[in-house]
Design a protein around this ligand. Structure first.
Ligand SMILES: [Zn+2]
Length: 347
């Protein structure tokens, strides 16, 4: 036990020392690079601009995508009147600042690989924490190792859970040890609880896409807040993880929306238009050769064609050296401290 503790301390100290030399420190469970500011393309305001999801046809696109799938109005399947107000800014995670606690397994299994294995297991339990290792280029997050020197990309899937395509998508990410983000509609969660629980168990990020896919620019402050809160409530009640990021249905926003969505708002900078063409090769070609480190790719969990495209792009991107990470991981690893009431397109 003593030897293990010494290894842990020395390993973390070495990692911290290297990271300090690199101008990086750990805080609040994420990696923060002092002096790094959010890139200018992460607009906090809404002005529709060229290529921006709020501009042009993006909202219309998702509007069309969702026709036939959105069921409104609906009776909440789960209500939690006692739910606290949204506090979406990730709170400090003590685990991020503490050496990993020793467990009986760790104490009885001395050896170089043991602490890494336990950290990997621990990271799957604490999904918003990124753990340093003795190698400054390697961190552990969501049950696997990430090389921070390699390209990082977030593939995101909206409008689920939708188990048929969803499980195919998860299968593919799992097969290649990669991670995805699922922006889910709350009222679709209870009937697909097993799939949502699988997302968490396999290290993927569960995220908020409102309770009933409401276009928040069409409703008032109270409804905006309840749509966001109820979605977080039902996801947390289903899988034990409360989302920390959300995506606006249709990308539709205005000042009232931004003022009342007390979570980081994640949009996208690569739109596959998968809902529109529902064509495998078009979805693949929208991604391959078009993406770079820090991008956020929009897809939809609803379509078999999107699942088929995922089966092509995941191995192809991995072959090209991309590491597919969750949005929260991408932000943290790019040194962006996500904040409520702010909109992010890429990192
Ligand atoms: Zn949507």
């Amino acid at each position: 036990m003593r030897r293990f503790r010494k290894m842990m301390i020395s390993g973390l100290a070495a990692a911290a020392a290297v990271l300090m030399l690199a101008g990086t420190a750990f805080a609040d469970g994420v990696i923060i690079a002092p002096g790094v500011t959010i890139p200018s393309h992460n607009q906090e305001t809404m002005g529709p601009g060229p290529g921006g999801p709020g501009a042009g046809s993006a909202p219309v696109q998702e509007t069309a995508a969702d026709q036939g799938t959105v069921q409104q109005p609906e009776q909440p399947a789960v209500q939690n009147p006692a739910a606290p107000a949204e506090t979406p800014v990730p709170a400090a995670d003590p685990a991020a600042q503490q050496p990993a606690p020793e467990t009986p397994a760790q104490q009885t299994q001395a050896g170089a690989g043991t602490d890494e294995a336990s950290l990997i297991a621990q990271s799957l339990q604490n999904q918003y924490t990124i753990y340093p290792t003795s190698d400054p280029n390697i961190v552990i997050s969501r049950g696997r190792k990430i090389d921070v020197t390699k390209p990082l990309l977030a593939l995101t899937y909206d409008d689920g859970p939708q188990t048929a395509a969803g499980n195919r998508i998860i299968d593919m990410f799992d097969k290649y040890g990669q991670r995805a983000t699922f922006f889910m509609v709350g009222d679709r969660v209870p009937s697909r609880a097993a799939e949502v629980q699988r997302m968490v168990a396999d290290g993927h990020e569960v995220a908020n896409h409102t309770y009933s896919h409401t276009y928040l620019n069409k409703v008032g402050a109270e409804t905006i807040q309840s749509q966001v809160r109820k979605c977080n409530d039902v996801i947390e009640q289903t899988c034990g993880i409360r989302p920390r990021i959300m995506r606006l249905p249709g990308g539709n926003k205005n000042d009232t929306v931004i003022a009342n969505v007390a979570m980081p708002i994640i949009l996208w900078n690569v739109d596959t238009r998968d809902w529109d063409h529902r064509n495998v090769s078009k979805t693949v070609s929208a991604i391959m050769g078009k993406v770079k480190s820090g991008d956020v790719v929009l897809m939809h969990e609803l379509y078999d064609a999107t699942a088929s495209a995922t089966e092509q792009v995941v191995p192809a991107l991995v072959e090209q050296g991309f590491q597919l990470v969750t949005v929260s991981e991408l932000a943290a690893l790019k040194g962006v401290d996500l904040a409520a009431h702010k909109i992010y397109y890429s990192f």
